[in-house]
Design a protein. Structure first.
Length: 178
């Protein structure tokens, strides 16, 4: 397959807080790297964050990856959910925003705006989530960019500036291999 022909640049957020989160994140990245219809480009540094949902759960490890794919948006969503499932993700009977082995969220699919029953892209809550914004900023800088358009009215830097002091204090860069 010619990975450059009709490929789309996608950003995906990864998060984990069960088992050994670092291993789940690494397994998620490896599954993307190994996929025949994905040309891997780069990954952010890992970040540790307080849980967004119920507070009686472990901290999360979060990262963001960017890659090119020839998969259609919902086919990519299917692949992301399959990767989650292979990493022990349980969907039925669990608390919303509760603990999980691996969560993969499609943030951007090129510059497309998608709104279907299964998928909304850009991800609708990017601007409220430090655990997405900080790794995304790291990744954008690794690509030699200073900023990224998030919504019609806000850039990545705008969204980070709008975060509360509390949200900013609940996330920190971490070194997994230290």
């Amino acid at each position: 397959m010619n990975r450059q022909l009709n490929s789309v640049v996608c950003y995906v957020a990864l998060g984990s807080n069960l088992g050994v989160p670092e291993n789940h994140i690494a397994d998620g990245v490896k599954a993307l790297v190994d996929h025949s219809e994905i040309a891997f480009i780069n990954t952010s540094l890992p970040y540790q964050s307080k849980p967004h949902g119920p507070k009686n759960q472990p901290d999360y490890i979060n990262s963001v990856v960017v890659f090119k794919t020839t998969l259609a948006p919902e086919a990519l969503l299917d692949e992301l959910q399959e990767i989650e499932n292979k990493n022990g993700r349980i969907r039925e009977g669990v608390e919303r925003w509760g603990a999980r082995t691996l969560d993969l969220d499609l943030l951007f699919y090129g510059d497309e705006n998608i709104s279907t029953k299964r998928l909304t892209v850009p991800h609708p809550r990017i601007c409220q989530r430090a655990f997405v914004l900080y790794p995304l900023r790291d990744l954008v800088h690794k690509q030699g960019l200073q900023d990224l358009k998030i919504t019609e009215k806000a850039t990545l830097n705008d969204c980070i500036a709008m975060l509360s002091t509390e949200a900013k204090s609940e996330i920190k860069e971490c070194r997994i291999n230290d």
